[in-house]
Design a protein around this ligand. Structure first.
Ligand code: B16
Ligand code: MG
Length: 212
């Protein structure tokens, strides 16, 4: 593995797509909303929502259906989608952790590396509790704590500040293009999780934490 990974002082993990595949539950909930609004929403459409904030996701969904609504109606729709999503993720448990997550985070802790979550999700704390891994994180920076969504670097800069480190000491682990861009804009080394052809801006791309 690269020298940078061997010497990092802080590791900042995205949640959906890196720790757990919640995208499938986001998809079911968004598809249900689209169905109520009278248009189809496919898994391919859902790809555009990965790593994107809840309200921006709704805008993309409505664009897919060729519809537009006022702010109050959109807020009500986002809340409705979230209620259904929370129902799905209430069933999460450790068996849904992506391969290598527990082993890699535990190994980092034994080496004294500080660990943060850097996620767009406002449900991040609930999800970590369900997965029984909240105790592995020194700090959790999520959609409730930051104003500007990825690709803005705010989420990762806040996480590294909360760890008491500088950007040059932190490595970001991200599955979404917007998240990789946010990590690079923060001045951090970025490990992309997924397909190299989709995550060209990452410094290194692996298929999952089990590879590290
Ligand atoms: P919520 P991440 C992101 O998580 C998801 O990838 C994205 O699909 C979702 O819209 C966003 O969280 C907000 O989630 O509705 O739970 O606040 O990849 O940044 O961990
Ligand atoms: Mg993600």
């Amino acid at each position: 593995m690269t020298v940078i990974l061997e010497h990092m002082k802080g590791a900042i993990f995205d949640l959906d797509g890196v720790i757990v595949d919640t995208a499938k539950y986001h998809f079911l909930a968004w598809r249900s909303l689209a169905g109520e609004l009278g248009f189809p929403f496919t898994e391919a459409d859902n790809e555009r929502l990965k790593g994107v904030s809840r309200m921006r996701s709704l805008d993309i969904l409505l664009e897919t259906g060729g519809l537009s609504f006022g702010e109050a109606e959109k807020l009500a729709m986002a809340e409705k989608k979230n209620r259904l999503y929370v129902e799905y993720i209430s069933q999460l448990d450790e068996s849904e952790l992506l391969p290598g997550v527990s082993a890699y985070l535990t190994w980092l802790r034994t080496r004294g590396v500080a660990i943060a979550l850097g996620s767009a999700s406002k449900n991040a704390g609930f999800i970590l509790d369900k997965l029984n891994i909240a105790g592995l994180f020194d700090t959790v920076v999520d959609g409730n704590k930051v104003l500007r969504a990825k690709p803005d670097p705010e989420v990762f800069l806040t996480a590294c500040r909360e760890l008491g480190l500088g950007p040059q000491d932190c490595v970001v682990f991200e599955d979404a293009e917007a998240g990789v861009a946010a990590g690079k804009a923060a001045g951090m080394y970025v490990v992309g999780i997924g397909r190299p052809e989709l995550l060209k801006a990452a410094d290194l791309v692996v298929s999952g934490l089990h590879e590290l």
